[in-house]
Design a protein around this ligand. Structure first.
Ligand code: FUL
Ligand code: CA
Length: 489
């Protein structure tokens, strides 16, 4: 009887320990929403600028261009999207309206739109053509509708804010699910404004009534990530050069809007945005925007100045590889096509990324973890290319290591890690050591990981053993670990 009882107790204890050990770690800090989780998987997308401004060879249209100049005779959204796809881009944000105010769709809200142009005999809808080309190619689609409108006579009044909201409502209603609603922060002041040709100043902090506007976004497009330089779902990184800070947290505590006043030009959070805020209030990862050519719009005199595949790869490491996204400016020319050199750059970049991350050398290694939270959260989960499975440590085990051992020497220069971000940004330090001449030698270190961290070693490393040590204020939860050799193209 006694024996039976104690046996039962042991069975009970084992079962409960087993069940207890299998519970996932508790989330830590700010967490990503469903829309942000989806956004994190896009990683690289395009930002397409193509309006009458292209035909004027300008960067900022004044709002007075004759719509008749918008006549791209060879326009083919499928060809442009195919080039993006070859570049490995998984989404496109179309500038549906830039500062010049010209709408690429036949909006009912303003006369200055594509129906006044010769494009498709005034019956065209370029937003639709791009949207459909993206859907067909499997790219996500989003829109950028500039709040600053240098054509609209009502700009500066509440009437215009209502027009802007109706424009967004049209874009949110007729083009399927959008992954981004992109709102830039430029406000130069002067413009055509229906012939007034004046300078209109607005208070950036209050004029647009963003809370009301973005409530419309949430209602009509719950999966659209709102990008803005004041941060919402996705924050501007603070430069237009395409890179995030070496340390870049996805968590962020926004600075009060008063600091964003037009009276303080350039106060766009430059100090804070590249780095985020460790332990910040909200999950607001960074987007790094940069144009493939020197300008956001196409300029014939910038021929030969497209970024090379190697330059794009380096930006990729400094954006995607720092937990942010790379938003690459794409500029069709007046034919309505991409310049061949852009097509080639994109293709080369796509190949470089694809080939470099194809062969994860960790697959061939024996993997040992210093601690694992039972079988469900075992070390091998970092190898299955699945973001949803992860290795986790027991509660209270806040430092842990993964040791990789190969039978023969391996040569590599890229190390990629992903945290299981559904449980927050946990890790704040990682150190990489290699066994060199019988000793562990430190070869790299990093701080923030988040959705992705790619460490590029200064030179290719040859070793049979690698040790990666993590530390966090809570238990570790890691989705992926990969070791790669950058491809030579
Ligand atoms: C900025 C704009 O002023 C530029 O023209 C461009 O559209 C860039 C992506 O955003 O705010
Ligand atoms: Ca995994």
């Amino acid at each position: 009887m006694h024996f039976f009882k104690s046996n039962l107790l042991i069975v009970f204890l084992c079962a409960s320990t087993f069940m207890f050990a299998q519970a996932p770690p508790k989330p830590y800090g700010a967490l990503p929403s469903a829309r942000q989780l989806a956004w994190h998987e896009v990683e690289v997308y395009g930002l397409v600028h193509f309006t009458p401004t292209t035909f004027e060879n300008k960067e900022w249209g004044y709002g007075d261009a004759d719509p008749k100049i918008f006549n791209p005779l060879q326009f083919d959204a499928n060809k442009i999207v195919a080039a993006l796809k070859a570049g490995g881009l998984k989404g496109m944000v179309l500038v549906a309206k830039h500062h010049d105010g010209f709408a690429l769709w036949p909006t009912k809200t303003a006369a200055y739109n594509i129906s006044k142009s010769p494009f498709r005999d005034g019956k065209g809808d370029m937003v639709k053509e791009f949207e459909q080309a993206c859907r067909k190619a499997g790219l996500k689609f989003g829109v950028y509708c500039s709040p600053w409108d240098r054509n609209n006579s009502a700009y500066g009044t509440q009437e215009y804010v209502n027009v802007y909201r109706r424009q967004l409502t049209e874009l949110y209603s007729n083009y399927g699910e959008l992954f981004m609603s992109w709102h830039d922060g430029a406000n130069g002041g002067d413009g055509y404004y229906g012939g007034e040709r004046s300078t209109k100043k607005i208070d950036r902090a209050t004029y647009y009534g963003w809370d009301t506007t973005w409530a419309i976004t949430r209602k009509l497009q719950p999966m659209a990530n709102i990008f803005s330089d004041i941060g919402w779902d996705v924050r501007w990184v603070g430069n237009e050069s395409g890179f995030a800070g070496e340390t870049s947290w996805a968590t962020f505590t926004p600075v009060p809007a008063v600091g964003m006043n037009a009276a303080i030009p350039g106060n766009l959070n430059h100090e804070v945005n590249p780095f985020g805020t460790r332990g910040g209030k909200n999950w607001v990862p960074a987007e790094c925007d940069v144009a493939l050519r020197p300008g956001w719009f196409y300029h014939p005199e910038q021929k030969g100045k497209s970024k090379t595949p190697e330059q794009l790869f380096q930006l990729y490491l400094k954006s995607v590889g720092r937990g942010a996204a790379l938003d690459l400016g794409i500029a069709p020319d007046t034919r309505g096509l991409l310049d061949d050199e852009d097509v080639q750059s994109l293709e080369g970049f796509g190949r470089l990324v694809e080939e470099s991350f194809k062969n994860n050398l960790v697959q061939g290694a024996a993997l040992r973890v210093s601690n694992a939270r039972g079988k469900i959260y075992k070390g091998l989960n970092v190898l299955d290319k699945e973001r949803e499975t992860y290795w986790a440590t027991d509660d209270g085990v806040n430092t842990a290591e993964i040791v990789l051992t190969w039978n023969a020497d391996q040569t590599f220069d890229l190390i990629r890690m992903r945290e299981y971000i559904r449980l927050g940004q946990r890790i704040d330090q990682v150190e990489v050591e290699a066994m060199l001449n019988g000793n562990w030698s430190k070869v790299a270190a990093a701080t923030s990981i988040g959705a992705c961290r790619i460490i590029q070693l200064a030179a290719p490393l040859k070793t049979k053993q690698l040790r990666v040590r993590f530390s966090a204020p809570v238990s570790i939860a890691l989705s992926e670990l990969g070791v790669y050799k950058k491809a030579a193209l």
